[in-house]
Design a binder for this molecule. Structure first.
Ligand code: ASP
Length: 355
């Protein structure tokens, strides 16, 4: 009799465990990590070595370094590329956008995390902000120190990124970046230090929120058009038009602008001095480019502040566009995507105000 009761109890316990596993599995959000490479997946020969190789560590190894992540979500991983982000290309960005579109349409997926090098994280984040039409959280994350470093920052960054991607409060905030406890919007973030772990800042507009050991607070929604509100699309697109960035400085050679046009650029972004300024010879070259149908955007090499239309430069007369609050690298992304369709200059100017 005792053994029958014992058997019954054992069966009941197993059934209970299976049932709770099913329920638990269903209630935990599913987060897909798309890995692209970068220092977060980098490894060095020693913990105090500054040189390292990007993209050495698999997604499984990254997740295994922070076992508590699996308490936040059911994690699935996919390797999209394995590059230091200095080698990030439009081809990889387009591949990412396509995969995100598929995942966003999957009702079983709650959010997406993208591991990425920090060097060009702002370009990829901003590109995805323009062309992924979903309210689900999309979170980029990286690290400044390789996985083998003393005080590596990747594991906690990844933990916080997954916590934001799994958080219903992160919905509808566009593409985000989570690093070193801060949550940034793709539109505002910029890399400001070559080596410090607090390398990302969102000057002027400020943070979206904070994430500390998976406890998230949100202060605001991004101000610009993104995600569901974006009219831009790269569906079916396999390449982006050529847009060059030309750096402005004292006595800059204007023939770089002519060379860009001669080499087939459809757009040019000037990383101008001050309020998107450049010397007279360069302005003349920009006007020549504009007359040939090349869209010229004046941005700035200065870290903060907007580039205003018709302030020191007569944009109306010269046929130019002011970048407003986009730095040169983000202005290049917006212009590249905008130029997928023929558009008038004033329409492009409006896009720079809105996106
Ligand atoms: N060069 C590296 C990259 O962008 C730097 C980093 O990830 O922090 O991939």
């Amino acid at each position: 009799m005792k053994t029958i009761i014992q058997k019954f109890r054992n069966m009941f316990t197993i059934l209970l465990m299976v049932a709770s596993a099913i329920v638990w599995g269903q209630t935990k959000p599913v987060i897909v990590i798309l890995a692209t490479g970068g220092t977060i997946a980098g490894a060095a020969g020693s913990g105090v070595q500054s040189g390292y190789t990007s993209g050495q560590v698999t997604i499984d190894a990254m997740v295994n370094a922070v076992p508590d992540i699996t308490k936040l979500a059911t994690i699935k991983g996919e390797q999209i590329s394995n590059v230091g982000s200095q080698d990030m290309s439009f081809e990889i960005m387009l591949k990412l956008a396509k995969r995100i579109k598929e995942l966003a349409a999957d009702k079983n997926v709650s959010g997406i995390v993208i591991t990425h090098g920090t060097d060009t994280m702002e370009e990829t984040a901003y590109f995805l902000n323009l062309v992924t039409h979903t309210s689900k959280p999309i979170v980029l994350v990286g690290s400044m120190r390789p996985s083998t470093a003393v005080s590596a920052d990747g594991p906690l960054n990844l933990y916080n990124a997954v916590s934001v991607a799994a958080d219903p409060n992160a919905k509808d905030r566009g593409v985000l970046l989570v690093m070193n406890d801060w949550i940034h919007s793709a539109q505002t973030l910029t890399k400001v230090s070559t080596t410090a772990v607090q390398t990302f800042m969102s000057p002027i507009r400020g943070l979206i929120g904070t994430s500390a050991y998976g406890v998230n607070e949100y202060y605001r929604y991004p101000h610009n058009r993104y995600g569901m509100k974006s009219e831009l699309s790269v569906d079916g697109v396999t390449a982006l038009p050529r847009v060059d960035i030309i750096y402005g400085d004292a006595d800059m050679p204007a023939d770089l602008i002519d060379a860009s046009v001669a080499n087939g650029a459809k757009g040019i972004v000037i990383a101008g001095v001050g309020n998107g300024n450049m010397n007279k010879a360069s302005l003349d070259a920009c006007a020549r480019a504009s007359k040939k149908g090349v869209v010229v955007v004046r941005s700035t090499r200065v870290a903060t502040g907007n580039v205003g239309r018709n302030v020191e430069v007569d944009d109306d007369k010269l046929g130019l566009v002011a970048s407003y609050d986009l730095n040169p690298q983000k202005a290049r992304i917006l212009l590249s995507v905008a130029l997928l369709k023929p558009r008038k200059l004033d329409e492009i100017q409006t896009m720079f105000y809105e996106y």
